[in-house]
Design a protein around this ligand. Structure first.
Ligand code: SAM
Length: 246
């Protein structure tokens, strides 16, 4: 079962993660809405409002790593001007396929690219993006230090890096509710909608294992990012981390 996850070798960990997202790709967006009770939209909007893509003609290139079906990228190009462009990179072709279909349907295919890529080893030259984001993705990457170093490498000097991830609930009372919700409600919902409780049990487990915000900020500094900061959102359920390449 995925409960033994912490003991699996790194290579196999990626395989397990890939199986999870392959099994849920088609239902992924629906599950996000159900499981977060719509809150993931609020969190992604918070990210995009910090990202502040230019509303004028200035070119702006976002790399959205572990971008999945492209939520953050769609929001960014919709908020930005005509030369705001997003590249969605994900290791899972099935998540990307769902995103690509969505781009066609919304008439945004020319503003978005979908690229199969591993966060630990990005197929892009140094200094090629104005911003890099990873939303609810970095905790799935076996070597987070590598992923952060890559996020920095592909940034232009002055470019900004944002990591949106589950964090530590810091509001008394909310923590108990959150635990019950995570361990009882989420796997049940997962089974109902996708027939797969195990995958969602793994997701809850991976949230628990993710470092607390100060420790994660240290990882970002170690990756060579400057002006590292974070903001807890919704009582710390999620944190928005940021850093700059100088
Ligand atoms: N960012 C999207 C969002 O917020 O809706 C998707 C988040 S989803 C929870 C996590 C994504 O990380 C999946 O699409 C998965 O395929 C991707 N992923 C997992 N390991 C990865 C890796 N090593 N490199 C790139 N993407 C990865």
């Amino acid at each position: 079962t995925h409960f033994g996850f912490r003991d699996v070798p790194l290579g196999e960990k990626q395989t397990l993660v890939d199986d999870v997202f392959r099994s849920v790709a088609r239902r992924y967006d629906l599950m996000n809405d159900l499981m977060s009770m719509g809150l993931h939209r609020v969190w992604k909007d918070a990210l995009v409002s910090k990202l502040r893509p230019p509303r004028n003609e200035r070119p702006f290139a976002l790399l959205d790593i572990a971008g999945g079906t492209g939520d953050v990228s769609f929001r960014t190009v919709e908020a930005g001007g005509p030369n705001t462009h997003a590249t969605v990179a994900d290791i899972n072709g099935e998540m990307l396929a769902v995103g690509r279909e969505r781009a066609e349907k919304r008439g945004l295919a020319d503003r978005l690219d979908f690229v199969e890529a591993n966060a630990e080893d990005l197929p892009f030259p140094d200094a090629s993006f104005d911003a890099t984001t990873i939303a609810f993705g970095i905790r799935n990457v076996p070597r987070m230090d590598k992923a952060l170093a890559e996020m920095r490498r592909v940034l232009k000097p002055g470019g900004r890096c944002f990591v949106l991830e589950f964090s530590r609930v810091d509001v008394p009372g909310l923590d108990a509710i959150y635990d019950t919700y995570s361990f009882k409600v989420i796997p049940g919902l997962g089974r109902l909608v996708t027939g797969d409780a195990e995958s969602y049990r793994y997701l809850v487990e991976s949230i628990r294992r993710f470092p607390p915000p100060e420790a994660f900020a240290e990882l970002m500094r170690n990756a060579g990012l400057s002006r590292v900061a974070y903001t807890p959102l919704t009582g710390g359920i999620v944190a928005l981390h940021s850093g700059v390449r100088i």
